[in-house]
Design a protein around this ligand. Structure first.
Ligand code: SAM
Ligand code: SF4
Length: 326
């Protein structure tokens, strides 16, 4: 079987990565993503498992090679293992990853790995249980730690940890050593991510401040990132098994290397995280030729990718990160 040559947009960027938000539901309420509101209702999921497989199949047929499942919290879907197994059956798919808050990962990491999941990113903003609970609106740090261990035990690799730099409290002097200790002990890649201004609750700390704090105490050696490295820059610390990385969407935007499209949990196709949705996939998914029509819309979204997010004519704001998927 032959596959199309890699997709390149009009600016020479190689587009090979699709993120699909499979639910907007979440069991947490991180202040920078899904702030608590009294009026919160629980939406039902827009996509069936078959819809997700159709979208991914069209993307791979077009030439995209890497899929990430995100949300909301993807583990709230009881059929996630089924989705993963069906996605792994798509010829030509080279990479299948998941982003999760890890709350329910301990009990499902092995089943997900058996179904064909290749790797996982776990969001874990602090190793202080109280700070973690405050940031996430009640999250249980011990549960995420068990999830992290289960992911490693299940052979998911690489395991990455996402830390959003939304408040200096998450990164006081006591916090950094816990992340350092993790990468010294385990083959885990911790990435400090500059918070994107999704709502007024979001603080901002440049990722450089993490590197400055670390380099005063440790020897930081720039290294090539783990498999699937995206916009992150990685460093090894004093010969650590894992690495520390930084992702700098605000201080050093990486639009020139942007390789991705996004599908939100409401079925919108987004060429740029900061821009408006290009189109809805729902009519195509409910039509007579779902794969062909979705493929066509994906092509149009690639053509509509802006040069950089400042060029987006009508920035949509990204107030609903849990819908878009991060
Ligand atoms: N619930 C899962 C989780 O938390 O990992 C997956 C969905 S979450 C929207 C995906 C990623 O987006 C997480 O790593 C989260 O920390 C990140 N994220 C959410 N809001 C953000 C913001 N305002 N700035 C930067 N990253 C953000
Ligand atoms: Fe939920 Fe993830 Fe958003 Fe936190 S970052 S509220 S865990 S979707």
């Amino acid at each position: 079987m032959s596959f199309p040559v890699p997709l390149t947009d009009s600016l020479g960027r190689r587009i090979d990565y699709l993120r699909i938000s499979v639910t907007e539901r979440c069991d947490l309420r991180c202040a920078y993503c899904y702030p608590q509101r009294d009026s919160d209702s629980i939406p039902s999921d827009t996509f069936s498992a078959t819809d997700v497989v159709t979208i991914a199949g069209a993307a791979v047929e077009l030439g995209l090679r890497r899929i990430r499942l995100t949300g909301g919290e993807p583990l709230l879907r009881g059929d996630l293992e089924d989705i993963v197994e069906r996605l792994r059956g798509i010829p030509g798919l080279q990479d299948l990853a998941l982003t999760t808050n890890g709350q329910m990962l301990a009990g499902r990491a092995a089943a997900l790995a058996n179904a064909g999941l290749m790797r996982v990113n776990i969001s874990l903003d602090s190793f202080d249980p109280d700070v973690y609970a405050a940031i996430t609106g009640g999250g249980d740090l011990a549960a995420v730690r068990r999830g992290l261990d289960a992911a490693l035990a299940a052979g998911l690799a690489p395991v990455k940890v996402n830390v959003v730099l939304s408040s200096p409290a998450a990164l006081d002097r006591a916090a950094l050593p816990a992340f350092v200790e993790l990468v010294q002990r385990q083959p885990v890649h911790v990435r400090f991510i500059e918070a994107m201004p999704t709502c007024s609750h979001v603080g901002y700390l440049p990722a450089q401040s993490v590197l400055d704090a670390l380099s005063s105490r440790y020897d930081l050696r720039p290294v090539v990132g783990p498999e699937g490295a995206g916009p992150a820059r990685y460093y090894q610390l004093d010969g650590s098994v894992g690495t520390i990385g930084v992702i700098t969407p605000i201080s050093e935007p990486f639009c020139a290397q942007c390789n991705r499209l996004r599908v939100s949990a409401r079925g919108e196709l987004r060429p740029c995280l900061f821009g408006p949705a290009e189109s809805s996939l729902l009519p195509a998914l409910r039509g007579r030729d779902p794969t062909g029509d979705v493929l066509h819309l994906l092509e149009q979204a690639i053509a509509a990718k802006p040069r950089r997010y400042g060029d987006v004519a009508e920035p949509s704001g990204i107030s609903s990160m849990h819908v878009i998927g991060g």
